[in-house]
Design a protein around this ligand. Structure first.
Ligand code: UTP
Length: 464
């Protein structure tokens, strides 16, 4: 057994992985062997050699034009919003929609030890990100008379703690049959200098989740695609755990997707300025795709229309609707179809002397798949604009950073809910913080029905 493992490592120039094996107990050695055997060495060798990275972003960006889109505040061109809503509502009532939530990331920027979904974000309630999103799903399920199944993607970094959390919190109010977990794969980190796979400890490969794009392979491997098909699901509504304002299962977005016979519809927001740090959703040779902000040359980012608006205006907020059949098609392609991206990171590891090293500069390359690489593979991909103030409050960085912090996300939630209440005639004293539970009201229309203009709030309130 060990001989064939050593031959394999020799063949791929990775014998450093076994260098401390004789210092390990049989059990720990076996653990290391299993981790090594799970590595796809031919794939990794190809990635390290850079054989996959032939993209000339300047040329790509030069060919980019605005994507086909349903824009806010512009007359409906093909489909009216009421037709879209009706089609979406029908799909929800018929139980054709399931929710996909990705929660496998390590959340390193936030600096929170537990899975990011457990982070308390409710500005008054203190509810966690998981709880907030599940509350919305429960309210939507009640409104449309059909339980919306939730498939949560974890990773080995978050799986056990996430499952424990849901068990302790009564599945955040969801029914047992509604909630599924599936775990994504991992990729080894390699030394940027020589392509050697790093060891996190003498008996442990330095592994990290393989990116949110790992969802395609993980959905298939876990049997979740089959499970969804058996339930009669036709569409997945995709969102990330770190956006508490994500308007899960928005009927209009689902409806546009259905009316346009799209395989992938993506909700976007208008970029506030040319180099905003969001992916740019564009069209190239008739295919919708994303150019990351770091890859978009300044001169192209700054181009404007005759009205003075940004020509490449659409910012990615990672909310998508996928056809189940489309994901099945991609999952059945060799290697799950999605390319890998590389990132330079600081990865702690043991050196050749067995000493733990904590680098202060990026020392390693990590490989990740991104879910948005599905866009150019989809037929009739469609872009639908929404208002960032309604649907986007990313929780990425720890408080104190300039953008995307919990504090800013909480402020965005409070502002939206205050706006809904005041538009319905409620009075809220200055400085008073009000948060709305989706079971009380899911949107501004429901707020209007609830209060009939006779509400005056003088202290912080959680309306539930
Ligand atoms: P990010 O790319 O922002 O990463 O993930 P992150 O792990 O949350 O945070 P950093 O970069 O380490 O600070 C966006 C969404 O994709 C999920 C995350 O859980 C988050 O919902 N994700 C990311 C995965 O599910 N798996 C991954 O491998 C990466």
């Amino acid at each position: 057994m060990t001989d064939s493992l050593l031959a394999l490592l020799k063949h791929y120039g990775q014998t450093q992985l076994w260098q401390f094996a004789d210092q390990l107990t049989p059990e720990r050695r076996d653990n290391l062997r299993q981790q090594i055997e799970a590595i796809d060495f031919p794939q990794l060798t190809n990635l390290v050699a850079g054989n996959d990275k032939a993209v000339d972003w300047h040329a790509v960006a030069a060919a980019a034009s605005p994507p086909p889109a349903v824009r806010l505040g512009q007359p409906d061109t093909h489909y009216s919003i009421s037709d879209a809503r009706q089609a979406g509502v029908q799909a929800l009532r018929d139980g054709q929609v399931a929710m996909l939530l990705v929660a496998g990331g390590q959340g390193t920027r936030l600096g929170f030890d537990l899975p990011k979904g457990m982070f308390p974000i409710g500005p008054v309630s203190g509810r966690s990100l998981f709880q907030m999103l599940c509350d919305r799903l429960s309210a939507m399920s009640r409104r449309y008379g059909a339980d919306i199944p939730l498939y949560i993607m974890t990773s080995p970094a978050t799986d056990a703690a996430t499952r424990d959390y849901f068990a302790k919190e009564d599945r955040c109010g969801l029914n047992a049959d509604q909630l599924h977990f599936f775990c994504q794969g991992q990729m080894p980190a390699v030394d940027s200098a020589n392509g050697h796979v790093l060891l996190a400890a003498k008996d442990e490969v330095a592994l990290s989740p393989d990116g949110h794009g790992g969802i395609v392979a993980a959905l298939k491997k876990s049997g979740s695609l089959d499970d969804a098909r058996q339930r009669g699901v036709k569409l997945f509504y995709y969102a990330q755990i770190d956006n508490p304002l994500a308007e899960l299962c928005d009927p209009a977005l689902i409806g546009y997707h259905l009316l346009a016979h799209s395989e992938l519809t993506t909700q976007v927001v208008r970029k506030r300025f040319a180099k905003e740090k969001v992916g740019n959703v564009v069209s190239i040779d008739g295919k919708v795709q994303i150019i990351e902000y770091s890859d978009l040359p300044d001169d192209i980012a700054q181009q404007t229309t005759p009205d003075g608006d940004l020509r490449l205006w659409a910012g990615n907020i990672a909310i998508h609707v996928f056809d189940l059949a489309f994901l099945e098609k991609v999952a059945n392609q060799a290697d799950s179809g999605l390319p890998f991206h590389r990132a330079s990171k600081k990865v702690p590891h043991v050196d050749d002397q067995g000493q733990l090293v904590s680098p202060t500069e990026p020392n390693a390359t990590k490989f990740e798949r991104f879910v948005f690489d599905l866009l150019p593979m989809a037929n009739n991909a469609l872009v639908v604009e929404s208002d960032a103030a309604r649907v986007f409050a990313p929780v990425k960085n720890a408080d104190g950073a300039a953008v995307d912090t919990p504090e800013l996300a909480k402020a965005a939630i409070l502002k939206l809910h205050r706006n809904w209440l005041e538009a319905a005639g409620a009075r809220i004293d200055e400085g008073v913080r009000v948060e709305i539970h989706p079971g009380w009201a899911l949107d501004e229309l429901e707020v209007q029905e609830k209060i009939h203009g006779d509400l005056h709030l003088t202290t912080d309130t959680f309306l539930m």
